[in-house]
Design a protein around this ligand. Sequence first.
Ligand code: HEC
Length: 268
Amino acid sequence: MSSLKRIVSAAAIAGGLVAGAPAALAAGGGGHGPELKHQSWTFDGVFGRYDEEQLRRGWEVYENICKSCHPLDYMHYRNLEGIGYTTDEVKEIAARFEVQDGPDEWGDMFMRPATPLDPFAEPYENDAIAMLANGGVVPPNLSVINRARDHGADYVYSLLMGYEDDVPEWAMEEDPNFSLAPGKSFNSYFPGYAISMPQQLFEGIMEYTDGTPATAEQMATDVSAFLQWASEPELEERKSLGRYVMLFLLVLTGVLYAYKREVWKGAH
Ligand code: HEC
């Protein structure tokens, strides 16, 4: 095989791997419960980008509903500038939260309004209190959940929309002895289906500042996108770097091909 052919076929294999990877991942989703409710996200694909308006709506959902139970560790209020809030808006948002500071000159800890430099406030003072409030389970940190679960955004969306009032027939067929312990809710997408988080999203439970109607689907979509950003704020840079690399490889292939033709021209 000529070296050019080798390069071209290596590039083709690499291209095939890149194109085939999502399909291979999608095929691997365990045989239990219904398929995830796949959504079309603006951040999918090579040209994917975040929609900042959606991310700000998602933040509103987190602030209004999720933050009373779930921490967003590793994030600071100033990070919200990354979804289009101005410095002043971030100051104002931070000031709605209280954080502990101190000790003061008397050796006491005290509470004060948060500033943009503070990490997000924790919903509970400690895990024991969190467990007491949530049926023995600590609500997990949500800042990395989208990366920790396959198809993170689709999973969070499906989970939030996956509550059933009664145990569905398919679950009884899977396990005729299935029963929900007190304090648990049925969720089609949670491993084992019994979840300690009650259903959260009901139409009109909050209002969006941009006037978007707060349907359950809308809130689930927006907060899932927001959590995607929280777990991968650098996604756009990563994708644009990837595009440059592909372009570079393409140009390089062209140059090598032209060079090969030039070198072999005299040989025939
Ligand atoms: C009343 C407290 C409470 C609120 C409010 C709440 N959750 Fe939860 N959430 C929990 C608890 C408790 C768990 C752990 C469930 C379990 O392990 O059974 C949990 C688990 C989760 C999980 C993890 C599932 C997994 O795979 O481990 C996600 C994702 C989640 N919540 C998202 C949200 C979002 C988004 C919101 C806001 C719309 C929200 N939660 C609001 C209590 C809450």
